[in-house]
Design a protein around this ligand. Structure first.
Ligand code: XUL
Length: 515
């Protein structure tokens, strides 16, 4: 009766799920919200607010306090001695800076003190920059220039130099506080830091999270010496080794056995980033399945059949914890753009949805690029949407056509911008608030020309961890686990209705509107 545990240390909370792979059931779940449960860290949303210059940091002691709280809560819900494999994930890009004492410290965690109290003295940087940090524009330019431009950084690392990525963050630390940088013996990601603590050993960084650093070469999955040198001196010696998602990092540290009743020798599978873990937890870790998450901004991710970087430099390539690589691309103008079109006509969501019944797929050639905010896929700042079609449509007099054009424009653009991934898509899984809307799902099916399914999964990051632990430790395939734990709502499969040619002309207009 294998029970496996998945941990998800995200921006606002640390959560856990234990699954029983025999019965296909969830044994227990728990979650600790940082802001609510640990107010002493003054981070109501999981990060320290109001820092200057676009800096967004969090206290790594908070992550450890949350881990202690989480495990004690989970231990009240079920018997942790029954857990026979563990893995997990962390928010991507965040980094933890440790003095040389780390290597000894990690082997002798003391149950008489909290993890956080023990960690404090060995941090060489008291707080950790996280993915929301945008303070490193200058460092991104310096790194790109040093290696021959953003195209080179993208071809090597799978992304152009990006503010939130860890390499530019490390460079900024080195420039602003060279002494503390020199005192740093190990730099971990949130994922590899937590994996180290749980294993009581310095854990490697996996290819999924490691590719979010602008330091890892996606052609050979090794640290890239040119990128390391362009980032900061002696960086290679400060980074842990890189390892694939199929790595057992060790067994659970005695601290957790004594304090929470885990069984000694419980194996730990390498942690990964939240997005790669979510790919697994959505049942989409094999090529052919695409996940579109419809949120404030829309996110597209998929297992990739090969390793290619986005020639336009907008998307990202990460390692796929199931093997190979995955892509991830963000579209800033997501739900807020859909809402902005709706609000222009004072429509409620019912009227918004009815507009799709009143208009045909392809919208009679009325096309909109619905960018209200600066977009990153592609990188353009249009100031306001661009429209092409009838006079009535272009002057915002045709409400129903505008509603359809806004949504069609988003997904035509998404399809065009994700072509570089060379996917052969069989199914698109949709999640997030707007995924409940059938009309939007139909547009996605029509534009991508594949069936669309809504996923029943919530908490896919932690679930991905529990599934990976079961896969690595017990050899249960991710497909078999996915069939049980990631079932799509079968009644909500939406098949394409429009034929493949419907959007050809509109796609050409979208490209023309982009100029
Ligand atoms: C991905 C990214 C976020 C974080 C936090 O590049 O920055 O999705 O992983 O969830």
């Amino acid at each position: 009766m294998p029970h496996t545990l998945g941990i998800d240390s995200s921006t606002q909370s640390c959560s856990a799920i234990i699954i029983d792979t025999d019965s296909g059931t969830i044994v227990a779940e728990a979650s600790v919200n940082f802001g609510e449960r640990l107010p002493q860290y003054n981070a109501p949303s999981g990060f320290i607010p109001d820092a200057p210059d676009g800096e967004v940091h969090a206290d790594p002691c908070m992550w450890l306090d949350a881990l202690d709280l989480l495990l004690s809560e989970l231990g009240q819900k079920c018997d942790l001695s029954q857990v026979s494999a563990i893995s997990g994930a962390g928010q991507q890009h965040g980094s933890v800076y440790l003095k040389s004492d780390w290597f000894d410290w990690i082997k002798k965690l003391d149950t008489k003190q909290s993890l956080a109290d023990q960690l404090k003295p060995i941090l060489s940087r008291p707080t950790s920059p996280i993915w929301m940090d945008s303070s490193t524009g200058e460092e991104c330019r310096e790194i790109a220039t040093a290696v021959g431009g953003d195209e080179t950084v993208c071809a090597k690392s799978g992304s152009i130099a990006i503010e939130r990525f860890t390499g530019p963050q490390i460079r900024r630390f080195y420039k602003n506080d060279p002494d503390a940088y020199a005192e740093t013996a190990r730099i971990h990601l949130v994922s590899s830091f937590l994996c180290s603590v749980l294993s009581g050993a310095d854990a490697p960084i996996d290819t999924g999270d490691g590719a979010g650093m602008n330091l890892l070469n996606i052609q050979n999955w090794q640290w890239d010496s040119e990128l390391l040198n362009a980032t900061a001196p002696d960086l290679g010696s400060k980074l842990a080794a890189v390892a694939s998602g199929h790595t057992t990092t060790g067994t659970i540290a005695p601290y957790f056995v004594e304090k929470y009743g885990f069984t000694a020798q419980t194996p730990i599978t390498i942690f990964t980033g939240d997005n790669p873990s979510s790919l697994v937890g959505m049942g989409a870790s094999q090529p052919g399945k695409v996940v579109i998450s419809l949120g404030t901004s829309d996110t597209f991710f998929a297992a990739m059949p090969g390793v290619v970087a986005d020639p336009q430099g907008c998307g990202h390539v990460f390692g796929n914890p199931a093997g190979g690589s995955m892509s991830l691309q963000c579209f800033v103008n997501g739900s807020l753009a859909r809402e902005a079109v709706k609000d222009k006509f004072s429509y409620n969501w019912d009227a918004f949805t009815a507009a799709f019944d009143a208009t045909p797929a392809g919208n009679n050639g009325n096309v909109m690029l619905p960018f209200f905010m600066p977009e990153i896929s592609p990188r353009v700042n249009l100031g306001e949407p661009r429209l092409q079609g009838t006079d009535e449509f272009e002057s915002w007099q045709d409400a129903d056509a505008a509603v359809r054009a806004g949504v069609e424009g988003q997904f035509i653009n998404m399809k065009l911008r994700t072509d570089w991934m060379q996917l052969a898509t069989d199914v698109v899984y949709i999640t997030g608030g707007a995924s409940k809307n059938d009309a939007i799902a139909q547009v996605i099916a029509d534009i991508f020309q594949v069936k669309v399914q809504r996923l029943a999964v919530s908490g896919s990051v932690g679930l991905g961890g529990a599934m990976r632990a079961a896969n690595q430790t017990f050899g249960i395939s991710l497909e078999a686990l996915g069939d049980v734990f990631c079932r799509a709502y079968l009644d909500s499969t939406i098949e394409p209705k429009a034929d493949a040619q419907t959007y050809a002309a509109n796609a050409a207009i979208i490209d023309a509107l982009l100029g």
